[in-house]
Design a protein around this ligand. Structure first.
Ligand SMILES: [Zn+2]
Length: 425
């Protein structure tokens, strides 16, 4: 169907969508608020609220504080009206979850799995996890699906573009694959972006300030949330900092094929490469190599926690190099909070402390003023929460809501909402 043939929403859905949106966003808590904020007549507000309650999109909350007259019942969005699926793929693991519309995880599954296996087998595993979750929760008709992938995602199409650690995935569309298997709109993003979105929306403390999120794990990535929105840039590549050049040493070869990349110095895989080559200098690494033949991410954490001198040297050097790049980013975008996330948190507080010290040395006074530097609070589920919020958020923007609100559910309109999403994200 051409865009011109897109069915127009019924004329009266706009006020209903507005009422639901004002309550969901927290701007309105009572009918009185709605009258003040919507510009709709009191009677129209009352009718739309009744309709939204009947459709199950709003529900009554507590009694509002008295303003002299009768106490009003507050209204709140009914996050349980529907559910979404969230999927987060890492280099060596998959997490899938069923979430309500506010990003609360209702149930989740985790699987150790290498993305190097290729798209088709990996997506079958994803679908298997979703099937298990659907059976367990009864949530077998998601309103939408959000997916995070460990590579550069062209956001408009959901396709991977030259992902360095995902052989066979170049040009693959997880959106198309999932759309063939589920009658739901699918949105795909880079994993770090979704970790940032999850942490900003549901992490603690929550202060609503701009946030720069840096993920340090096998790979390195960043996500920037300003005014509550992720910065994606022209094609979705914003925040892909792993391949910023930090050294002219031609021997520092990166997985992307270039040399001197941040990831080739700081990424978990690069540290393991160096620890393996220099294992004679690190007793914990030497013992791990004797024990299981090759070093894994967990060995790095254990070696740091055991005080292995080589492990501490690698960790400190990584923190200093990353801090240099991070300070430049902070000087550029001046967020209120810098959050460190990813597997590096399993090595204890040392990395964050080094990062914080160097960042405060190198940032300007105004950037340092009120800057909070902290570890991610959502370590396990931050990414799938972000994936769920991406999916739910796209369904619940005011323009999208207008398309389906009068039916109480977007089910059955996946194609329309997917096509329409280019305008709303
Ligand atoms: Zn690189």
């Amino acid at each position: 169907m051409s865009p011109a043939a897109t069915p127009l929403p019924a004329l009266d859905t706009a006020p209903l969508a507005l009422v639901v949106d004002l309550v969901r966003s927290g701007r309105a808590r009572t009918r009185r608020d709605l009258v003040a904020l919507s510009g709709l007549p009191r009677k129209a507000v009352a009718q739309r609220v009744d309709q939204a309650l009947e459709l199950g999109l709003l529900e009554h909350g507590d009694l509002a504080p008295s303003e002299g007259g009768r106490q009003a019942r507050t209204l709140r969005f009914h996050a349980g009206a529907g559910h979404v699926y969230g999927v987060l793929m890492g280099a060596s693991e998959i997490t899938a979850a069923v979430l309500d519309l506010s990003g609360t995880v209702l149930d989740s599954e985790h699987l150790d799995w290498s993305v190097e296996t290729g798209p088709e087998p990996t997506m079958k595993q994803v679908d298997g996890l979703l099937e298990t979750l659907a059976e367990r929760t009864g949530a077998d008709t998601p309103w939408a699906i959000g997916v995070g992938l460990p590579g550069p995602v062209e956001f408009a199409t959901g396709k991977l573009v030259a992902p360095p650690i995902m052989p066979g995935w170049d040009g693959f569309s997880a959106r198309s694959w999932l759309r063939d298997h589920h009658d739901a709109p699918v949105w795909v993003d880079n994993d770090t972006n979704l970790m940032a979105l999850g942490e900003w929306s549901r992490g603690t403390p929550h202060d609503g300030r701009d946030m720069l999120y840096i993920k340090v794990g096998t790979g390195i990535g960043a996500g920037l949330v300003t005014h509550g929105r992720l910065l994606r840039g022209e094609h979705g590549a914003a925040g892909d900092i792993g391949h910023i050049r930090v050294t002219d040493d031609p021997g520092t070869v990166c997985r992307c094929g270039r040399t001197g990349c941040l990831e080739a110095v700081v990424g978990g895989w690069a540290l393991l490469r160096e620890a393996t080559a220099r294992a004679a200098e690190g007793p914990a690494f030497a013992a791990a190599l004797r024990d299981h033949g090759e070093l894994k991410g967990a060995d790095l954490g254990n070696a740091v926690l055991a005080g292995d001198p080589l492990a501490l040297e690698l960790l400190d050097r990584s923190a200093t190099v990353l801090a240099g790049v991070t300070a430049n980013l902070l000087n550029f975008c001046n967020p209120g909070t810098l959050v460190l996330g990813g597997g590096v948190l399993k090595t204890g507080p040392r990395f964050l402390e080094r990062l914080r010290d160097t960042v405060f040395e190198r940032c300007t006074d105004l950037v340092c003023r009120d800057l909070t530097v902290r570890a991610a609070s959502l370590t396990e589920h931050g990414g799938v929460i972000g994936a769920g919020l991406l999916a739910a958020g796209n369904l619940l923007t005011l323009p999208a809501l207008t398309r389906w609100v009068d039916r109480g559910s977007p089910l059955g309109q996946a194609a329309l909402l997917q096509r329409f999403s280019a305008e709303i994200v």
